[in-house]
Design a protein around this ligand. Structure first.
Ligand SMILES: [Zn+2]
Length: 308
């Protein structure tokens, strides 16, 4: 029996409140539009469709790593078709940036030989929350319910604590987990020789950061961005939005620090959470009118309010 705790219920209410605007379109990956980013790295671009992530494809001399699957087996099958248009090398690794359904819940479509890699914290979070997330997401639209109709949660083949390295043959890949931020188990994929970083949903381009439930950490998010910047990436593939430079880290950091400073001063002046929403949501909607999904400003305020 599934027990909904308070956190799940608030997530449920939140998602149903915003789902109409955000999820009107079926979240299918953009098959046929795979872009080459560097000599051996490709991205299937999200085209700014909500719940469609950027999918990464890294081709080594011996094997391939895919980063994220799209939502459900149907999307993952399209991903595999895109990979096969580029290379017939074995897809030895699937790296999942976090447990949210559009990022990892197509894993079951990958070949048996593909090893799924995640941080230990993500494995625990998937097992604790994966089923309820499937339920919430199914409630967003009939199209999403269809995409998630036959999900079997896949256990990772490799789970690491904070860092591990994989060699694809002439291409070293570093995998990192820092603290809790977007989720408890965020993973980052970094190619040190190319200074190319897959930022998962910690780095999203011209979208407000998503703190989907009370396990997200706004303070941890700022800290994680600092650790990512220390890797000195030059090319960043964000979880959502256009491929960019380290500027994507800076923009997200500037926004979160601005929210942090404002929330902290509201709290010091004795404002309630509701009063803080009332004064800050319009302010950040205005100053970030070029970013999408302002519905998520509220959650960032709430996280800082509770964490500071
Ligand atoms: Zn996410």
């Amino acid at each position: 029996m599934k027990v909904l705790n308070e956190k799940s219920i608030s997530l449920c209410l939140l998602l149903s409140a915003i789902s109409f605007q955000l999820f009107a379109q079926a979240p299918m990956i953009n098959a046929g539009d795979t872009r080459q980013v560097t000599k051996n790295v490709y991205v299937i671009p999200d085209k700014r469709i909500n719940l469609v992530p950027n999918i990464g494809i890294i081709i080594g001399e011996n094997s391939i790593m895919v980063v994220d699957t799209g939502m459900g087996p149907k999307n993952a099958k399209l991903v595999l078709e895109e990979v096969r248009k580029i290379s017939d090398k074995p897809i030895d690794y699937l790296a999942i940036t976090h447990f949210h359904p559009e990022h990892g819940m197509g894993a079951q479509s990958f070949p048996d030989e593909t090893r799924i890699i995640v941080p230990l914290a993500q494995k625990a979070e998937l097992n604790a929350k994966g089923q309820s997330y499937i339920g919430f997401f199914k409630g967003m639209s009939p199209e999403i319910a269809d995409l998630l109709s036959d999900i079997e949660l896949q256990q990772p083949d490799i789970a690491f604590e904070n860092k591990m390295e994989i060699d694809l043959g002439g291409q070293s890949v570093e995998l990192y987990h820092f603290s809790t931020a977007h989720t408890q188990g965020d993973m980052f994929v970094y190619l040190p020789d190319q200074k190319l970083l897959f930022g998962g949903d910690i780095i999203i381009e011209r979208f407000f950061p998503i703190m989907a439930d009370s396990d997200s950490s706004a303070v941890g998010w700022i800290d994680t961005l600092k650790q990512l910047k220390a890797l000195e990436p030059k090319i960043i593939v964000p979880g959502h939005g256009d491929v960019g430079t380290v500027d994507l880290i800076d923009q997200m950091t500037i926004y979160l620090n601005a929210v942090k400073v404002q929330v902290s001063s509201q709290k010091k002046n004795g404002a309630t959470l509701e009063q803080t929403y009332a004064s800050l949501i319009p302010q950040f909607s205005r100053s970030y009118s070029h970013w999408e999904n302002p519905e998520w400003i509220k959650n960032a305020i709430e996280r800082f309010y509770n964490e500071l």
